[in-house]
Write a protein that binds this ligand. Structure first.
Ligand SMILES: [Zn+2]
Length: 427
């Protein structure tokens, strides 16, 4: 194993606070817990080994900065270290690790950038504990509504406010983690793909164009609950039987829209609640949750419209009533084109084949992109599996990602190309 691969291997274990990545139950580091804090501590010690200046902000994010000059602009790169329940050791950790590794690569090569570089480890990206995602990066971007979040509880009834204070933060000053627009110049995140497009297309890296944000609909059908044994078939208003054709309808329409569009759309009837949900009672009320995603916002709206029309027609031809409520309708985030080009160039110069793709999942970068020019790169993960103990990315792919970030940082911080060591690539 080369020195750099050995380093990546060791630091991957340290960031995951483990001595083996093979964990049958995976990793559980929920938001603002002792487990997340231990991983942050590991981040701090690795960053200090790299002689970076490490600061924690008011939201618990860590900023490890290679300070060139207080007058120079600062660019940032990073991701998160928290996980879902029984998650993998790469979602988030890969981006933090590769960002740190890119600093090591630049320092080992004796490069001095013209700008400050911060490696940021965002707190609490996953929604697993509180049902709220990307808390740390929302605070940094000024997108966090503290009043709304303060009393949101976890499964044990501990609120976000209590959890963050237990973590060592002060709720009153939490939003002071927000950075002014002139404090940062740009942001880059690396993440595992959580899909297989890179591998399917024979490439090594993915340069992300947009992050698809969802439209979420709640469809409620009201029928009449009654005894399954005594109510004849012609006297029933079965809400479940009545609304269930909507499920294949959503799938059919999504397939159809994909045929007529260049940009992909995905739609899922992903939740169902029946009332009363008893073996001997006809379903009187059904709630379906529908999640629709595409970076093409008009395509998402088209499907949402078709669903609403379908429900209206269905209501007319039957005895039950249907309500459609839009829970979420967030416009998709488009990443900075200039950064995409620089990432493409960084891939060309390191010799790695990159494809362009979109992200179906949300990441910290979508908050950062609201305020600063931002980019996102993907490295492959085995079979696209994530949020699962079998999540896996190879050390070789982590190394490639680190080299691409290092190359991008050279471009972004104005380091002359001649300074590069061309022999850095593994075969
Ligand atoms: Zn993640």
């Amino acid at each position: 194993m080369s020195d750099m691969n050995q380093w990546l291997h060791e630091k991957l274990l340290e960031l995951n606070v483990t001595d083996s990545m093979k964990q049958p139950d995976g990793f559980t580091r929920l938001s603002y817990t002792e487990e997340e804090k231990s991983a942050h501590q590991a981040f701090r010690s690795i960053a200090e080994e790299l002689e970076l200046d490490v600061q924690s902000d008011q939201a618990g994010n860590l900023w490890a900065t290679w300070m060139i000059s207080t007058d120079a602009p600062t660019i940032a790169t990073g991701s998160h270290l928290d996980t879902v329940h029984n998650g993998g050791g790469y979602d988030g950790a890969a981006g933090v690790l590769c960002s740190l590794a890119s600093i090591k690569i630049m320092k080992d090569e004796g490069i001095t950038p013209q700008k400050n570089i911060s490696v940021v480890c965002f707190a609490s990206e996953e929604s697993a504990r509180f049902g709220v995602s990307t808390i740390g990066s929302k605070a940094v971007s000024g997108l966090l509504n503290q009043d709304e979040l303060a009393d949101v509880p976890d499964a044990d009834g501990i609120t976000i406010r209590e959890a963050t204070e237990h973590f060592g933060l002060t709720w009153e000053t939490f939003n002071q983690a927000e950075r002014r627009i002139d404090e940062l110049e740009s942001f880059l995140e690396l993440h595992i793909e959580q899909g297989t497009q890179i591998e399917d297309q024979g490439a090594e890296v993915g340069v992300v164009r947009g992050v698809a944000c969802p439209i979420r609909l709640k469809v409620t059908a009201y029928g009449m609950a009654n005894h399954t044994g005594t109510t004849p078939m012609n006297k029933r208003i079965d809400a479940f039987a009545g609304i269930s054709p909507l499920i294949p309808f959503v799938e059919e329409q999504a397939n159809q829209l994909n045929q007529s569009s260049d940009l992909p759309l995905v739609a899922t009837v992903s939740t169902v609640h029946l009332k009363p949900n008893a073996m001997n009672v006809i379903p009187g009320e059904v709630q379906l949750g529908i999640d629709i995603r595409s970076v093409d916002d008009s395509l998402k709206r088209e499907l949402a419209d078709r669903i609403m029309t379908y429900c209206k027609n269905r209501e007319k031809e039957s005895k039950f009533t249907i309500e459609v409520e839009t829970l979420v309708d967030n416009a998709s985030i488009f990443l900075d084109e200039d950064i995409q080009q620089k990432l493409q160039k960084a891939c060309d110069q390191t010799g790695y084949r990159a494809i362009e793709l979109d992200s179906g999942a949300g990441h910290d970068v979508m908050n950062m992109a609201v305020k600063w020019p931002s980019g996102l790169i993907f490295i492959p993960c085995k079979e696209g599996i994530s949020h699962h103990p079998e999540e896996y990315a190879s050390i070789e792919d982590l190394y490639k990602g680190s080299l691409v970030i290092a190359e991008y940082l050279r471009i972004e911080t104005g380091v002359e190309h001649e300074n590069r060591n061309r022999n850095h690539r593994t075969s």
